[in-house]
Each structure stands twice: as C-alpha cells, then as structure tokens.
Design a protein. Structure first.
Length: 181
C-alpha cells in the first residue's frame, strides 16, 4: 500500500486543480493560496516518499510531471486572466511547459525514448513558481498585501522565476535535441 502513496499524492494534485481554479475565479484568493501551499507540499512529499521508500516508478514520474505541468499551466493562465502578474511572465512559464510537454509528445509519436527525470534547475524552478503563485495570491488579499508590496517580493520572485524558467527551458531543449539525434 505504501508504494502507491506517492502516486496517490500526484493524483490528488490533479484533482485539486479545479478547486483552486474555482477559488481563484470566485475571488477567494487566500483560500486558493492555502490550497496551493498544500499542492506544493504534496509535490515535495510525493518525491520524497518515493525516494525514501524506494518506490520510484515510470508511472510515478509521468504522474508527477503531468500534475506539475497541469497545475502550473492552469494556475498561471488564471492568474494572467485576473491580471495578478505581468503578461510576459505568464507567457514564459506556460510556454516552457508547453515546449517540454510537446517535446515528449513528439518523441512518443515518433517512438524516440526520452527520460522524464527532472533536472535540478527544473526542481528549483518549480519551487519558485509555487512561491511566486502563493505570494501573488496572498499579496492580493487584504491582510497580506502591505507586507508583500513593502518588500517587493513579487518583483524579486518574478526575476527569479524568469531566470530559472529560461535556463531550465533551454537545458530541456538542449537535452531533447541531443536525445533525438
């Protein structure tokens, strides 16, 4: 049973995406931030448990990647729709994930074996994307906005996410091109 817990956590992340979407669209940003914290924690926990219990699997790596991409794309589209972040960061983050997913889909279609193992910068990128989303949502709520704005947290996080997203995207593209040749 324990070997299924990491995969169940990934599935749980997928199931919570519509809840976060509803919270965002209902202007319940504080609760959307809380759910995002839970999703981020479950992302950390599923990988940790899989390694700790030595139950890493191909299915698990796909579920984790799909859950991450689905959440990031969904949340950034909604945050962009609500004008909570600048358009350029929304486009950059979504484009990176679409490029990565597209490369795997193309590889699958033409029967080129590719690995789903995330690179270290990608893990750092995902971490900062989650933090950016959480701080953006909290910064848009009455009780937290003055703290977020006074420390320019969103601007700093946008810079970090921009750098890590760009670097990880180019590294993935490089590895993919190298892998298909």
């Amino acid at each position: 049973m324990t070997k299924n817990i990491p995969n169940l956590l990934s599935i749980l992340r997928l199931v919570t995406i519509p809840i976060v979407a509803w919270l965002l669209l209902s202007d319940l940003l504080f609760y959307a931030a809380l759910f995002t914290i839970l999703i981020a924690f479950s992302d950390l926990l599923d990988g940790l448990l899989a390694r700790l219990w030595n139950v890493q699997s191909e299915l698990g790596s796909y579920l984790d990647a799909i859950a991450d991409k689905a959440f990031v794309i969904s949340i950034f589209i909604l945050i962009g729709t609500l004008n909570l972040l600048p358009t350029f960061i929304i486009i950059l983050v979504i484009s990176r994930d679409i490029i990565i997913m597209g490369s795997f889909i193309i590889s699958f279609i033409v029967k080129i074996e590719t690995k789903v193992d995330p690179i270290q910068i990608s893990k750092v990128n995902t971490f900062f994307q989650f933090i950016l989303v959480i701080i953006t949502l909290l910064g848009s709520t009455e009780g937290f906005s003055k703290y977020v704005l006074s420390y320019n947290l969103i601007e700093v996080l946008i810079g970090i996410v921009m750098i890590t997203t760009t670097i990880s995207m180019f590294i993935y593209i490089f590895h993919w091109v190298k892998n298909i040749n």
